[in-house]
Design a protein around this ligand. Structure first.
Ligand SMILES: [Zn+2]
Length: 412
């Protein structure tokens, strides 16, 4: 646990005030309030967090079912913030994905909780470098962003044999968007376009609006696809970020797709992978979580029955029956709540399940080719200019952001 700042003087008060605006939520606080930044420990639940902080447990039990479901979305290892007056918890901000967080707040002698949007800003960067060690190490060293390195490698996995083809001195360039929260990297980067020069040949990969990677001619390069995990009647609730202004109304995020289907309908693994969890998980009831390749994870909730052989550590093939549809946990009727996570962040399953087109066509292709051409030029310019020295991570100068990464010597 790290205490960012205890502030009791007027100077700190001023800085702190700005800080709260950055957060956008922590509105009221005492002059002796302390803000803490902590990591959500493995196994910690909202209930144990309440217990630890002397928040009456009925605060949890009285939550709406949908909010309890969201409480199960807290990702262990993620950074959360708490505000204390001496030892009394005033507020807490606990992320449930890259866009939403749970806001726990004290109101009189009671506590409340709401899911609210996370305040962040994003910025586009262009980098280029020559390979000196390995693609992964070089990108991570330059940017301090291992997610960027693995996403880049992902983009070329199917078309480049890294061990055989990539040599010292080969060049690459990446155009990507990064989110920041409180001056630090936040969530995963979004690579828009990149090039890798191997064997005197530039390979380009462009991300289309559908989230998939394509080559310059509009051929889909995405190799890994998940399948729909059951035969369903209809989608009863879609994935939603719930980004609605808090003043206009409270809309909760829904971090998965709900498939309505009769009880006992077989549920099948959406892809090859390893079972991470099989058991009861709070509001989700009987739940299975499977870890797949490429940072994907799927979650199947409200199951009636989990197959006997599906246990933590079991390797499963795509399409293997893992259990049946039910309405365990907090559920109004039989359905499968299906969650999909990319690098720990909940994403819309439908987008990743859709049978991806192998090739773009018609108008869509036309507009893709135009933007691909622009990206190609920008990437070539970046390669020529050699932006190795152009470190993309600037320190945010706002008095209270104290670090960007562990070794930020060369981040200036
Ligand atoms: Zn659901």
């Amino acid at each position: 646990m790290r205490i960012i700042k205890g502030f009791k003087t007027a100077k700190y008060f001023k800085n702190t005030l700005k800080f709260w605006f950055a957060f956008g939520v922590f509105g009221t606080f005492s002059h002796a309030a302390t803000l803490q930044e902590s990591k959500w420990e493995q196994g910690q639940t909202l209930l144990t967090f309440f217990e630890k902080n002397a928040v009456p447990l009925k605060t949890y039990y009285e939550l709406a079912p949908e909010d309890k479901e969201l409480a199960d979305e807290i990702i262990s290892g993620s950074t959360y913030y708490t505000l204390y007056d001496d030892s009394t918890l005033l507020q807490a901000l606990i992320p449930i994905n890259e866009n939403s967080q749970l806001h726990v707040f004290k109101q009189g002698d009671k506590y409340g909780m709401r899911a609210i949007p996370i305040v962040y800003f994003s910025k586009e960067h262009t980098i280029s470098l020559s390979v000196s060690n390995s693609l992964y190490n070089d990108i991570t060293r330059l940017t301090g962003d291992s997610f960027l390195a693995s996403d880049f490698i992902q983009a070329y996995k199917g078309s480049v044999d890294f061990r055989k083809e990539v040599r010292k001195g080969d060049q690459l360039a990446i155009i990507y968007e990064r989110k920041y929260r409180l001056g630090k990297n936040f969530g995963a980067p979004n690579i828009k376009a990149s090039t890798l020069r191997v064997s005197n040949n530039n390979r380009y990969v462009i991300r289309h609006e559908d989230g998939h990677f394509y080559d310059l001619k509009g051929n889909n390069l995405t190799k890994y696809l998940l399948t729909v995990p059951l035969q369903y009647k209809r989608i009863s609730s879609h994935f939603s970020m719930g980004r609605k202004h808090p003043i206009l109304g409270y809309k909760r995020p829904h971090l998965g797709t709900d498939y309505a289907a009769p009880r006992h309908t077989p549920i099948r693994a959406a892809g090859n992978g390893r079972v991470l969890f099989a058991g009861t998980k709070g509001g989700y009831g009987k739940t299975v979580i499977i870890q797949h390749d490429n940072g994907y994870r799927t979650l199947y909730a409200h199951m009636h029955k989990i197959e006997r052989k599906i246990r933590t550590g079991t390797q499963v093939k795509q399409g293997r029956k893992i259990g049946t549809v039910g309405s365990t946990g907090l559920s109004t009727g039989p359905h499968l709540h299906f969650g999909l996570y990319k690098n720990g962040n909940a994403v819309n399953p439908i987008k990743h399940l859709k049978v991806a087109q192998s090739k773009l066509q018609g108008k869509e292709k036309e507009s893709f080719l135009i933007s691909a051409k622009n990206y190609k030029e920008a990437l070539n310019t970046a390669l020529r200019e050699d932006r190795l020295q152009n470190i993309p991570f600037k320190r945010v100068k706002n008095d209270y952001i104290v670090y960007l990464s562990k070794d930020d010597k060369n981040l200036n």
